[in-house]
Design a protein around this ligand. Structure first.
Ligand code: COA
Length: 260
């Protein structure tokens, strides 16, 4: 599929998705959300890809939010559908992807942009990044999971403050809250992501996808994370990766995981 608003690169088992609407600060319109769904799905189904990186084009924005021009005239029903479809196609989809996804927050990550970064498995940021959920300043609330994932990541009190004030925080403040794991200069962002990806790639991709499921289970209603961990842990024992990992350890060599 030829994409209009995103670029996809594949190199050394890493898939990189770049949201590419720099003139609109990479704002998420309907087409971009649909294209991101297709790209994430393709990379997830590609056995040669072990890690996905997500970033924005240019040096100013990761994503400056949902495209305000698209929903300004929506009705109540249309607003509800916008949130539901976006969550299903992109935000929940990314959170539950089997392949690890790292967000490279390279500038503004506002509204839907921060919500997208929060859907990724973890985040790193450049020192010019600015993050926030400014929706209440537009008379709306975060609708792509922001009211749930922000408190999960930084705690309820700080999340309440950020959403109520509609304010922005800089990269170092975001790091101090645990919203991003590392802050580096912009030119160091991709090298850092590649270094982290290369550490992840060495490990069993099957075990990593099971760990994602178990960790995410803690945040799902009606599911016991501990029960899910037991289930996923047990299922590892039926995998080729487990046989290879344990055999390699006992034979004092590095494992060569088949990813099965
Ligand atoms: N939706 C649609 N278009 C957006 C956008 C969004 N969320 N964010 C930025 N843009 C567009 C602007 O309209 C502008 O387009 P134009 O040149 O055709 O007028 C272009 O991107 C550049 O943005 P601009 O506002 O001129 O840049 P700036 O450096 O002065 O300000 C921001 C940067 C991020 C502070 C400002 O763009 C902003 O507040 N954006 C909206 C953030 C927001 O509320 N997001 C949550 C949406 S729910």
């Amino acid at each position: 599929m030829k994409f209009e608003n995103i670029l996809v690169e594949k190199n050394k088992e890493i898939g990189t998705i770049i949201i590419n609407r720099p003139k609109k600060l990479n704002a998420l319109n309907k087409t971009t959300i649909e294209e991101l769904h297709v790209a994430f799905n393709d990379l997830n189904n590609n056995n040669a890809i072990k890690v996905v990186l997500l970033t924005g084009s240019g040096d100013k924005a990761f994503v400056a939010g949902a495209d305000i021009s698209e929903f300004a005239n929506f009705s109540v029903d249309e607003g509800g559908s916008l949130a539901a479809q976006g969550q299903e196609l992109l935000f929940n989809f990314v959170e539950n992807l089997e392949t690890p996804v790292i967000a490279l927050v390279n500038g503004f990550a506002l509204g839907g942009g921060l919500e997208l970064a929060m859907s990724c498995h973890f985040r790193i940021a450049s020192d010019n990044a600015k993050m926030g959920l400014p929706e209440t300043s537009l008379g709306v609330i975060p609708g792509y999971g922001g009211t749930q994932r922000l408190p999960q990541l930084i705690g309820k009190g700080k999340a309440m403050e950020l959403i109520m004030t509609a304010g922005m925080i800089d990269a170092n403040e975001a790091k101090s809250y645990g919203l991003v794991n590392y802050v580096v200069a912009q030119e160091e962002l991709l090298p850092l992501a590649e270094k982290l990806a290369s550490k992840i790639k060495r490990n069993s991709s099957v075990a990593i996808s099971k760990a994602i499921k178990a960790i995410n289970a803690n945040y799902k209603d009606g599911i016991s994370g501990f029960d899910e961990e037991v289930k996923q842990f047990g299922s590892c024992f039926g995998t080729e990766d487990f046989k290879e990992g344990t055999t390699a350890f006992l034979e004092k060599r590095k494992p060569n995981f088949p990813g099965e």
